[in-house]
Design a protein around this ligand. Structure first.
Ligand code: AMP
Ligand code: MG
Length: 346
């Protein structure tokens, strides 16, 4: 299959019209959102949704998110709409917040991987919304990477993983947030299953106490698997080995410089995921600056693209850990998984 790439800025109408036609005919389309690129199919067509799992090599028990272009579409997807969801949708939609609630009968099993619940999000990205609107159906989509790899935040990353596997990629440029949406379950007490740009603090300011799934900063235990299947798998991983070093900027940088020399002595090519605060410590060493330690959203925006770029050269990638607060929680959630939880405290 030949994969076509269409620019959303130059050809928004043509790209979304072609994409909508493909979605309606049961094909897959990769499209930009403000979080990461999605790999979409008609969410009401179980056979089309099954193709997503095939293209990604995704485990069958990992459910997808339904993307809608208007809030009222949740009525098609959920058994009913709880009050707390209305408050959250009015505050955070369109935007990087996915809400989970009991599914309606219209939702195919392929989307929910057999669960009684379904995840729904209304994206902010204009191209994404135009595509969903024109398709006239909810678009079921996970991230548009091969299963296990870092999520794609640029069209070139989608192409690297999906070339020849899907007919169309709509190129909307780099994604604004760079990490996937916050996933909040509204079944029982509101619980964050996956942290994102809509933080626990932002949610709590609107609906009161919000719990955090305990697997967010640690490997998942067996009894948590059913609630959040996506977190159990090896995730976000480049081919290179990734290490995380936590501690103050200065202590981490010192430790990282030492590790770098040790890996080099073993004949390994090493790269450092650096920050504005530490880049001068690493002079003469290969590094890529992700952003500002005091503004974790800047690190989130560049994490996945930096992992993919460094992976082209490096056997080992060493990254700085930061405080897991506000958007730092989303950053550490992804980074620790990319590293397979190999962490050093400086
Ligand atoms: P992705 O967008 O590729 O990260 O995949 C969707 C994420 O949403 C995965 O982590 C899924 O496990 C999660 N998800 C989707 N639907 C549900 C659901 N009904 N219950 C729990 N998690 C879900
Ligand atoms: Mg994913």
């Amino acid at each position: 299959m030949q994969t076509m790439l269409i620019s959303a800025s130059a050809q928004a109408e043509a790209g979304t019209s072609m994409g909508a036609d493909l979605i309606r005919s049961g094909e897959l389309v990769a499209f930009p959102t403000e979080t990461v690129y999605g790999l979409g199919a008609n969410g009401f067509d179980g056979d089309a949704v099954a193709r997503i799992f095939e293209a990604k090599g995704r485990p069958q028990d990992n459910p997808l998110i339904m993307h809608v272009s208007k809030k009222s579409d949740v009525k098609l997807l959920w058994a009913h709409v709880p009050k707390v969801a209305v408050t959250l949708m009015d505050t955070f939609w369109p935007g990087p917040l996915t809400l989970i609630f009991n599914r309606s009968e219209r939702v195919p099993d392929e989307v929910t991987a057999g669960l009684d619940t379904v995840a729904v999000r209304m994206p902010q990205d204009r191209t994404a919304r135009l595509l969903i609107q024109k398709a006239g159906v909810p678009i079921a989509a996970p991230s548009a990477n091969l299963s296990g790899r870092p999520s794609p935040t640029r069209a070139e990353d989608v192409l690297a993983d999906m070339d020849g596997r899907i007919p169309l990629i709509i190129d909307g440029g780099p994604c604004r947030y760079g990490v996937e949406s916050t996933v909040l379950s509204l079944v029982g007490k509101p619980t964050i299953l996956r942290p994102g740009a809509v933080t626990r603090e932002m949610l709590a300011a609107v609906i009161g106490e919000v719990q955090l799934a305990s697997s967010i900063l640690s490997p998942m235990r067996d009894n948590e698997v059913a609630a959040s299947p996506g977190m159990k798998y090896k995730h976000y991983s480049p081919n290179a080995e990734v290490y995380v070093v936590t501690g103050s900027a200065q202590a981490a940088a010192k430790r990282i410089a030492m590790m770098y020399r040790e890996f080099e002595a073993q004949g390994k090519t090493c790269m450092i995921a650096a920050t504005e605060q530490t880049k001068n410590f690493y002079r003469g060493k290969s590094c890529e600056v992700l952003g500002d330690r005091s503004r974790p959203e800047t690190l989130c925006a560049n994490l996945f693209s930096a992992l993919r770029d460094m992976d082209k050269y490096a056997d080992v990638i060493i990254a700085e850990g930061i405080d897991a607060e506000d958007e730092g929680l989303a950053y550490m959630n992804r980074l620790l998984r990319a590293a397979g939880f190999k962490v050093e405290r400086a």
